[in-house]
Design a protein around this ligand. Structure first.
Ligand code: ADP
Ligand code: VHF
Length: 368
């Protein structure tokens, strides 16, 4: 079982039922303040924390006086628009007294499918974390229609964890782990402490959500576990309702841990290495040596650009002796790469006419 103190980067998913009182539709502020204490405690260890929080629909529903049943899409989108403002403000107000700044990030399924938008959101989250900010992420429910939405924040949280290379993902739920069957329906069901392989038998044990406010149930949590663990991220499901739920987990509360097979960096490099490349960047001897020392690829070290690629596409990196050194995700289009090759980073903006990133391929986006 992993310790939260081991995590360099932690994503915590907060289900609607934890934040919003099922009967009154009001925000559970005492609980939220205890979560803010836990976040402060984690950050005091130097851990980067990202919160993926549900609750916009549940909060908005209360404000608009809509019933606690499955709402038609337009109504849940309207409820989300109303509730999201309150949700973000509640986190800001809970964390500010601890000197922690927050940011709101709203994403859709399409944002992670599009490699360019994926890289942009990754870069923004990286910058925010570097500035010590706690990003509060939710699905952009007001613009996500049924065909293009996650609909549940379990998979969204896993996607965020993979995107930022988190080493742990904690799903705070209304149940204290994964059981052999839905414990609400089957009192004889027993909880797993750890699951190392998600077999078809395990999948058959996962049921839908039990409460009126929640969406995913265990099915989406298993999908999240699959996404996270293959990307090198451990995932835990634990009961989130006690005050200070993360400290409680660290103190040994019931939970189910899904173990990652490798570390996030290695998994990401493997993912990049498996992509079909769309072009080639021929680099000089100095750049080849810098890459070997773990540096990013700067335009100054690129001598020739071939192929047809857009931002975020995989390209091969070819050494001066024509040997393929590796591949990576480019931050520039083929036209831009041709224009800035051989130039110093300071010349990027005058050459392109707009500011760009210093590296053509960042070292995190490269597999050698
Ligand atoms: N095998 C299982 N183990 C545990 N809970 C299960 C299982 N199958 C279905 N469930 C249901 O999933 C619920 C948790 O999911 P959900 O209600 O969506 O919570 P959240 O709001 O945290 O996403 C549990 O309360 C339980 O009713
Ligand atoms: N984006 C939605 C989240 C829906 C959802 O996943 O709910 P839950 O099963 O409680 O985590 C909202 O903010 O209401």
């Amino acid at each position: 079982m992993a310790s939260l103190k081991q995590a360099k980067r932690l994503v915590v998913k907060i289900g609607s039922a934890l934040l919003v009182d099922r009967n009154t539709g009001a925000l559970r502020s005492e609980w939220l303040h205890s979560l803010a204490e836990d976040v402060t405690w984690l950050k005091s260890w130097g851990t980067d924390v990202i919160l993926v929080s549900s609750g916009s629909i549940a909060l908005g529903r209360g404000v608009l006086g809509l019933p606690a049943v499955e709402l038609p899409l337009e109504q849940s989108q309207a409820a989300a628009a109303v509730g999201q403002i309150r949700l973000a403000r509640a986190y800001e107000e809970a964390l500010a007294p601890h000197g922690i700044k927050t940011a709101q990030i709203l994403v859709t399924l399409e944002d992670s499918a599009d490699r360019r938008r994926y890289l942009n959101s990754r870069a923004t989250m990286e910058t925010l974390l570097g500035l010590g900010v706690v990003p509060i992420v939710n699905e952009n429910d007001t613009i996500a229609t049924d065909e293009i939405r996650y609909g549940d924040n379990d998979r969204l949280a896993a996607q965020v964890a993979v995107t930022v290379g988190a080493d742990q993902l904690i799903l705070l739920s209304d149940v204290d782990g994964f059981y052999t069957g839905n414990p609400v329906e089957d009192p004889t069901a027993t909880r797993y402490d750890e699951i190392h392989e998600i077999t078809p038998e395990i999948e058959a044990m996962a049921g839908d959500a039990g409460s009126g406010l929640s969406k995913g149930g265990m099915k989406t949590k298993l999908l999240a576990a699959k996404m996270a663990t293959v990307a090198g991220c451990d995932m835990a499901i634990t009961e989130g309702s006690p005050l200070n739920p993360l400290k409680t987990l660290e103190d040994g509360a019931n939970s189910t841990w899904f173990g990652a097979t490798e570390d996030p960096q290695a998994a990401r490099k493997r993912w990049i290495a498996a992509m079909k490349t769309r072009g080639e960047l021929h680099v000089d001897a100095g750049a080849a040596q810098a890459l070997g020392n773990g540096k990013s690829l700067l335009p100054a070290g690129v001598a020739k650009v071939t192929g047809k690629f857009g931002r975020g596409d995989p390209v091969a990196i070819v050494g001066p002796d024509q040997r393929i050194l590796g591949q990576g995700l480019t931050r520039y289009t083929v036209q831009e790469a041709r224009a800035i090759k051989g130039r110093k980073s300071a010349d990027i903006e005058p050459t392109l006419g707009y500011p760009g990133r210093a590296a053509l391929i960042h070292r995190d986006d490269m597999a050698l």
